[in-house]
Design a protein around this ligand. Structure first.
Ligand SMILES: [Zn+2]
Length: 232
């Protein structure tokens, strides 16, 4: 009866001690023989805790370098990865910021209005502007004509967003092409004095398909811009 009790106790304790001794001896010999090979010593670390001090000392230098290398690159991609995916989803689905539907074509005062002038009809309004100043498309639209024109020197005609046609005249250089879609504010030409012009300015007309050449000032006003108030 008393023999049965110590048997399982012995079976549990004796083999465990024997394994530790065997492993320590084997690992000790392998580490001694292969002291220069860090791989064998590092692989023996998980087998027995007693070997850890020996293995740690033999593999102290490579073990210290590995964590040093892992820590340096690890934060960099970890920090860059969240920034890249967060920036892209925000940029693409984000709605387009609001932009004006009507833009003053030249940053200058109106020097001459629509109507009778000098015994003839002035079919547009003139914006005073320095030679070479940018001329911007008043509305969204499509360029339907760009080139020489009698009296205008050079002109650009834009099919505007409300069905009217905007006519730009006397420009020095044309920076748009026929068929090109333009948005309000896009630079399409520069101020010049070509054609029948006494000096650099932009002549701008609005052609209504039903009414013909209309006064641009009330047309601007209907779009929310007091064209005679500059800056405004
Ligand atoms: Zn004019």
């Amino acid at each position: 009866m008393p023999v049965t009790l110590p048997l399982p106790f012995r079976k549990l304790t004796v083999p465990s001690i024997g394994r530790r001794r065997v492993t320590t001896q084997v690992v000790a010999t392998t580490t001694a023989l292969c002291a220069g090979f860090g791989l064998f010593a590092a692989g023996a670390d998980s087998d027995n805790e007693k070997i850890n001090p020996v293995a740690a000392t033999s593999s102290a230098q490579p073990a210290a370098q590995v964590p040093g290398e892992q820590q340096a690159p690890a934060p960099a991609p970890a920090a860059a990865a969240p920034n890249a995916p967060t920036a892209e989803p925000v940029a693409f689905p984000f709605p387009e910021p609001p932009r004006p539907t009507t833009v003053r074509p030249v940053d200058a005062v109106v020097s001459s209005g629509f109507g009778a002038r000098w015994g003839t009809a002035h079919n547009g309004i003139d914006f005073a502007g320095q030679m070479g100043a940018p001329i911007k498309s008043v509305t969204d639209g499509v360029v339907i004509e760009a080139g020489p024109a009698t009296g205008f020197g050079l002109w650009v005609r834009v099919q505007q967003d409300d069905g009217t046609v905007g006519v730009y005249g006397h420009m020095q250089d044309i920076l748009a092409q026929v068929g090109q879609p333009v948005r309000a504010g896009d630079v399409i030409a520069t101020v010049g004095a070509r054609g029948q012009s006494t000096g650099p300015h932009l002549h701008y007309e609005v052609h209504d398909p039903g009414l013909g050449k209309i006064d641009p000032a009330p047309w601007f006003a209907a779009r929310g811009m007091d064209v005679n108030n500059f800056p405004g």
